[in-house]
Ligand binder design. Structure first.
Ligand SMILES: [Fe+2]
Length: 272
């Protein structure tokens, strides 16, 4: 891929974690909303994917307009072409891992799963996916139900399923146990968290788009508060809002809301 591909636009952040001795680079993409059909698709699947693809075209443009993000002819491409471009960037950059924070598929459909598995296998690098609200808790070979982890030298990525604006008790217990292991954690989830420190930044969003630490259900509140208060959790990466926001859950604890990958948004995170 040409490095100046006008489809891709990147926001960069850095995270300092004491004890991490070398730079780790991650590409974080989210909300790619793949609508796929192939020669194995049923007529119904093909029709549904074409219908959904068409529905997104004006909607992704509207999200970009609301957020003041790039949107021109380069972004008016299919979700499959968009994903191919994002993977080309990842193949060129060879990040330590590609991070996908949900709504990877626009809906659970066999052609979408086939395509995503095939493309990630061809890509060949490490990938951590969490599910979004358009997806199921598990998609074998792509993401597992429950808390997922990926270890690096001096820190750990933790994928948490919060796609239903809550986190289950077993998953909360697992996250709490990981916190007690004293390994610094970066949490990946789909839905952003709204804490006192960042509510002002999220005011622009409808409450559909976040988990409020005060008004969510028990699981949602407990998850938000654990992420906010536990010193082992160093940052949260998420999506869902279809607009980029870099905010803070608490002083020194960033939450990066990636924008819609289907319109070219990439968040590049450097951990050092
Ligand atoms: Fe989404």
């Amino acid at each position: 891929m040409k490095q100046h591909d006008p489809f891709i636009w990147v926001r960069e952040t850095r995270l300092a974690i004491p004890g991490v001795t070398r730079e780790h680079r991650f590409l974080h993409i989210t909300d790619t909303h793949l609508c796929v059909w192939d020669e194995q698709s049923s007529k119904e699947e093909k029709t549904e994917s074409i219908r959904r693809e068409g529905l997104w075209q004006p909607v992704k443009e509207e999200f970009a307009r609301i957020s003041g993000e790039p949107f021109g002819d380069a972004q008016k491409i299919s979700t499959v072409n968009a994903f191919d471009k994002l993977l080309s960037l990842a193949a060129a950059e060879q990040p330590d891992a590609l991070l996908m924070t949900g709504d990877n598929l626009d809906y659970m459909h066999p052609a979408g799963e086939r395509y995503l598995k095939k493309r990630l296998r061809e890509y060949g690098g490490r990938v951590l996916c969490v599910p979004g609200n358009h997806e199921a808790a598990a998609c074998p070979g792509l993401w597992e139900s429950g808390v997922q982890t990926m270890d690096f030298d001096g820190f750990r990525l933790v994928g948490v399923d919060n796609r239903q604006k809550t986190v289950t008790k077993p998953d909360l217990r697992r996250l709490q146990a990981l916190c007690e292991e004293k390994v610094p954690l970066i949490v990946l989830c789909h839905i952003p968290l709204a804490t006192a420190a960042c509510k002002e930044d999220l005011k622009k969003l409808d409450d559909y788009f976040y988990i409020d630490e005060d008004t969510a259900d028990d699981g949602g509140r407990a998850f938000a508060r654990l992420c906010k208060t536990h010193p082992a959790i160093k940052a949260v990466l998420c999506g869902h809002a279809h607009g980029y926001t870099a905010t803070m859950l608490a002083p020194g604890k960033p939450q990066i809301i990636g924008s819609q990958g289907m319109a070219g948004a990439v968040h590049r995170l450097t951990v050092a």
